[in-house]
Design a protein around this ligand. Structure first.
Ligand code: ATP
Length: 278
């Protein structure tokens, strides 16, 4: 019997999963899509030939070294930046400017400091002229989901970093976007709060069935959270790997998966792909 090397084991895991995901993808609904997107800042090409589909209930984690264009891609998907060529579609329709269909969560929560947490969460709904009783119902639902009922009347400065980021996630969820784009949302938090936020987000994702596009520098975070892992290389920013995460559906408590051999293998593999800047 031949013994497989860890790379071969890796490839087999990925191939089997890739076949499964490809089959699923054929029947899955594409929520947001980048079609042959190129982006230049002046003469500098930042994104090259980006083709990416985010499916319904997908959790896509994007990894890559600093400056490889992750945030630029997020801004194009959000409609904040217009691609130099190519297009973004949502539900098959061209998407050119920010809309409530796309929610964005940044590294810093950006809550309005003069509004209570419940008013912050209700803000987008007010902008959409949602009636008061419905606003109250939605706000209360998401306050409960992120575990902030007791902080409803507080001002942002009275909350911890993790609580503020949960409020920011609730504010994004409240407007019921089709997809949520997250740009390193936990990178400013301490290690313990970050672990707790990862568990929270995974639970929220399971409950809401949202599609999430999540940028992180942290391979472990990507493996704990993502159903798919995308790796970008720089100069110009391009996608070099787009694979299903075989660990995605196994765990209830994300951090438990970290103990497995498979986790270590995948982590090493991803690190090698990220650092191999060909
Ligand atoms: N407004 C801008 N004008 C000119 N160049 C820019 C602008 N914004 C970003 N860049 C350049 O585009 C490239 C990609 O930047 P981007 O922020 O998208 O990368 P990133 O992968 O998100 O980086 P990080 O992980 O450090 O946040 C970098 O070379 C950066 O210097």
């Amino acid at each position: 019997m031949s013994v497989l090397t860890s790379n071969e084991v890796q490839e087999e895991i990925l191939t089997n999963e890739a076949i499964k995901v490809q089959k699923e993808a054929l029947t899955s609904k594409t929520v947001i899509e980048a079609k042959n997107v190129n982006l230049f800042y002046g003469n500098l090409q930042v994104l090259k030939s980006i083709n990416l589909k985010v499916y319904l209930n997908d959790f896509v984690c994007v990894l890559g070294s600093s400056g490889c264009g992750k945030s630029s891609l997020l801004q194009v998907l959000a409609g904040f930046l217009k691609p130099t060529s190519g297009e973004i579609t949502i539900g098959g329709k061209q998407h050119k400017k920010p809309t409530p269909d796309v929610g964005v969560v940044f590294q810093h929560p950006n809550l309005f400091p003069w509004l209570s947490i419940e008013k912050n969460i209700a803000f987008g709904l007010r902008m959409q002229s949602v009636p008061k009783t419905e606003r109250k119902r939605v706000v209360s639902h998401y306050l409960e989901m992120v575990g902030l009922q007791s902080a409803a009347k507080m001002l942002p400065h009275q909350l911890s970093g993790g609580m503020k980021q949960r409020a920011s996630i609730a504010r994004t969820l409240a407007t019921n976007p089709k997809v949520i784009l997250m740009d390193e949302p936990f990178s400013a938090l301490d290690a313990l709060t970050r672990m707790s936020m990862q568990s929270h987000l995974k639970e929220i994702w399971k409950k809401t069935q949202k599609s999430i596009f999540f940028i992180t520098h942290d391979v472990h975070e990507a493996l704990l959270l993502g159903t798919r892992i995308v790796v970008m290389h720089p100069s110009p920013g391009r996608i070099v790997l787009d694979i299903p995460n075989p660990l995605a559906k196994k765990d209830d408590l994300p951090q438990q998966a970290e103990q497995s051999k498979e986790f270590a293998q995948l982590s090493n593999y991803l690190l090698s792909v990220i650092s191999n800047k060909k």
